[in-house]
Design a protein around this ligand. Structure first.
Ligand SMILES: Nc1nc2c(ncn2[C@@H]2O[C@H](COP(=O)(O)OP(=O)(O)OP(=O)(O)O)[C@@H](O)[C@H]2O)c(=O)[nH]1
Ligand SMILES: [Mg+2]
Length: 324
């Protein structure tokens, strides 16, 4: 203890430990209490306070020293009656960190529909692309530039896109990659359904994805969305395009023809008493476009629809008008 007695002095404060996390990280205590949602750049939260540092009583006035020593038993003395208060350990916490990506647009669809190819076609993102299902295991993010034709207003049409892993029937029960990544849609305001128009039954595929979304969170089906019928470079897909577009445009309710008071509004109905709605009872797509994201066919038409949909729902979900 020789060293200590010759160095009885206040401890150094240790530097703040900052742990960087991805944007969109939700911080919870292990028991589930929400501490913070770090959704904006620069957001910070203190999760554990440091301990009280050690205090040297060496230089203190005698009466102060007595007072201090009466307040704590946590005292150490040496032979010459120099004294110090030991430092205390800092807080310890167990945390649950949940990532919910921050994106304006969520790309959804069956595996192999071309979601990652679409992201790569319109942003600088370089996601893995392959002709086998479940190529994407984690969300990929890409940034869509503003529309230059809008002049100074172009920044209002910038958006972040999230390419998600493919969904399959039963995903909400854990099939395929399961439902876990669907939480990443929470913050999006527009969904883009990517459908392989060359597949055996594109309408069934589209319904499958809607069904899985509905079972995960029915609110996802209330959000504005567009449908991209992909792979029209394949002749079979191109031939079907008019019929497919027609059929898919008509699935859902046409909000423009509804009276102002919507009967089916269940916002105030307690959870559990909500009626399970059919796919047909949710809004129709904002637009349906045929493209080939691989061959670059009609990409501009698709971008126009994505931007138009984004602009119309800029002020929040549900404030858009449905076309067609
Ligand atoms: N012919 C054709 N093939 C395409 C098109 N778009 C994507 N593909 C092909 O379809 C396959 C799947 O593409 P991905 O972009 O990886 O599909 P994904 O939807 O991201 O698939 P998961 O990540 O598994 O969900 C690849 O072989 C692509 O080259 C297209 O417009 N036309
Ligand atoms: Mg992918």
């Amino acid at each position: 203890m020789g060293v200590l007695s010759s160095q009885l002095r206040n401890g150094f404060a240790s530097p703040t430990l900052r742990i960087p996390v991805p944007l969109g990280t939700v911080v919870k205590l292990k028991r589930g209490k929400l501490l913070a949602d770090l959704a904006r750049h620069g957001d910070e939260v203190v999760v554990a306070r440091g301990g009280q540092g050690g205090i040297s009583l060496l230089e203190m006035q005698e009466h102060q020293k007595k007072k201090m020593m009466s307040l704590t038993t946590n005292i150490m003395r040496d032979d010459s009656d120099k004294a110090l208060v030991f430092g205390q350990a800092g807080e310890e916490v167990s945390l649950q960190l949940i990532l919910r990506v921050v994106a304006d647009v969520g790309l959804v669809g069956l595996p192999n529909a071309g979601k990652s190819t679409l992201l790569a076609a319109i942003t600088m993102a370089k996601p893995d692309i392959a002709d086998y299902p479940f190529t994407t295991l984690m969300p990929n993010l890409g940034r869509l530039n503003g529309d230059p034709s809008l002049g100074p207003g172009q920044f209002s049409s910038e958006a972040t896109l999230a390419d998600l892993p493919g969904l399959i029937e039963g995903a909400h029960l854990g099939k395929g990659l399961g439902r876990n990544f669907l939480r990443h849609l929470r913050r999006t305001r527009l969904l883009v359904h990517v459908v392989d128009a060359a597949a055996e039954d594109p309408v069934r595929d589209y319904r499958t994805v809607k069904d899985e979304l509905r079972m995960y969170n029915p609110d996802y089906l209330e959000r504005p969305y567009i449908v991209v019928l992909n792979k029209i470079d394949v002749p079979k897909a191109m031939e079907r395009l008019p019929n497919l577009t027609e059929e898919i445009s008509r699935i859902g309710i046409d909000k423009t023809s509804l009276p102002l008071v919507i009967d089916g509004d269940q916002t105030d109905v307690p959870e559990g008493e909500k009626k399970v709605k059919e796919i047909e009872e949710y809004p129709r797509p904002f637009a349906v476009v045929g493209v080939s994201v691989l061959k670059g066919i009609r990409i501009n038409e698709m971008l126009k629809e994505i931007r138009a949909a984004l602009l119309s729902c800029r002020d929040g979900i549900g404030s858009h008008e449905l076309s067609g």
